[in-house]
Design a protein around this ligand. Structure first.
Ligand code: GLU
Length: 358
């Protein structure tokens, strides 16, 4: 069991160069040590509450805490419970947005779903009054609308497409947790109300009931914290999975996906997160959280106790500390020696780019 007697919180200044160089000389990975240390600093935090509005989620063990980094060169560094499976929930939203963009093109998607932060709860039953569209693809209404744009002849075919898409990001086959899916289907009255509101406003198709089932099914797909780091690293790597070399997303759409994550990915704390942490991120009510450092690495975290906005308490604390310590804030260039080595993508085959392995 890891130590849990330290006060959680940010560590202040970035790590000093001497310490990093000592690690490099010793052929130990300084980044591995940092992931383990950040995990240790926050593992004792007991703040937050496990979500229970989907009854099956209440069974999660609040003691679980996993933290993982996967770099664009394919290296992974993990600490804690990174192999505990949980349902992806809203962390699927940016990926489904990407699939909707690939299926329909930017103009069609923007015509259906906006890209403005709503300032309201993720499950608010509302549309942007100026446009009659959902505010953005990260709130439930917007995610149901983007799910509605996923092509396929029927629910089974569309579910298989979404599952295959998520598997390309994770680099492995992903299963559905049937009991969570059924639990949510039996209680998703708000989502149904939103779907019907959007149908009446012409913001979704007439098969929105089927799309609602597709949405619930994709939210119930099982991942672990390491998967989330690989999925984030794939976005960091121009849409190419750094482990499999597979193109998970058309590179044209990567910035659109990251853009809505940056502005809307952390529920009602999206603004504070962008200012303090400075990374595109997405959280889910089961306690999953991922963050993307474009061109460099992906971070995945799992801890089911949530704060009042619905974000994983320990996941958010850990990623905020990693951002500070490694100088990852996108608006504050602070090239750390520790991550400079992780900047070179391995397998992106763009002209003029290095495609060989280190
Ligand atoms: N399936 C959940 C819902 O629609 C996802 C919510 C979330 O993770 O934010 O309520």
């Amino acid at each position: 069991m890891t130590r849990s007697d330290e006060t959680p919180g940010g560590s202040g200044a970035p790590d000093d160069l001497d310490r990093l160089l000592a690690g490099i000389e010793a052929k130990a990975s300084p980044l591995r040590a940092v992931v383990e240390e950040v995990h240790r600093r926050h593992v004792g935090c007991t703040d937050g509450r496990v979500a229970d509005y989907i009854p099956e989620l209440a069974a999660a063990d609040p003691a679980h805490f996993g933290l993982a980094i996967t770099a664009v060169d394919g290296q992974s560094f993990t600490a804690g419970n990174t192999d505990i499976a949980f349902t992806i929930q809203s962390v699927t939203k940016p990926f489904t947005y990407g699939l909707a963009l690939e299926d329909n093109g930017l103009e069609v998607v923007l015509d259906r779903v906006g890209v403005e932060p709503s300032g309201d709860a993720f499950n608010a039953i509302e549309l942007d009054p100026r446009t009659n569209r959902p505010f953005n693809p990260m709130v439930n209404a917007g995610a149901i609308a983007t799910t509605d744009l996923v092509k396929g002849p029927d629910l089974v075919a569309r579910t298989k497409r979404v599952n295959a898409m998520l598997a390309r990001y994770a680099g492995r086959t992903l299963n559905i947790d049937q009991s969570v899916m059924l639990s949510e289907q039996a209680t998703s009255h708000r989502n149904r109300a939103m779907a019907l509101l959007m149908q009446s406003a012409g913001a979704v198709s007439d098969r929105v009931e089927e799309s609602l089932d597709l949405y619930t099914g994709q939210c119930s797909m099982l991942v672990d914290a390491r998967d989330l780091s690989v999925m984030a690293a794939t976005l960091a790597n121009g849409g190419v999975n750094p482990l499999t070399g597979e193109q998970a997303l058309d590179p044209r759409y990567v910035k659109h996906v990251l853009g809505v994550m940056y502005t809307c990915g952390m529920y009602d704390h999206a603004g504070a997160w962008s200012v303090r942490v400075g990374l595109p991120a997405k959280s889910g009510v089961a306690g999953g959280l991922l963050a993307v450092v474009p061109g460099r690495l992906g971070i995945g975290a799992y801890s089911p106790a949530l704060d009042e906005a619905g974000n994983s308490v320990r996941g958010a604390l850990a990623i905020e500390e990693l951002s500070e310590r490694l100088g990852l804030h996108l608006l504050e260039p602070h090239p750390s020696d520790m991550v400079t080595e992780l900047r070179r993508p391995r397998r992106i085959s763009e002209p003029g780019r290095n495609t060989t392995s280190d």
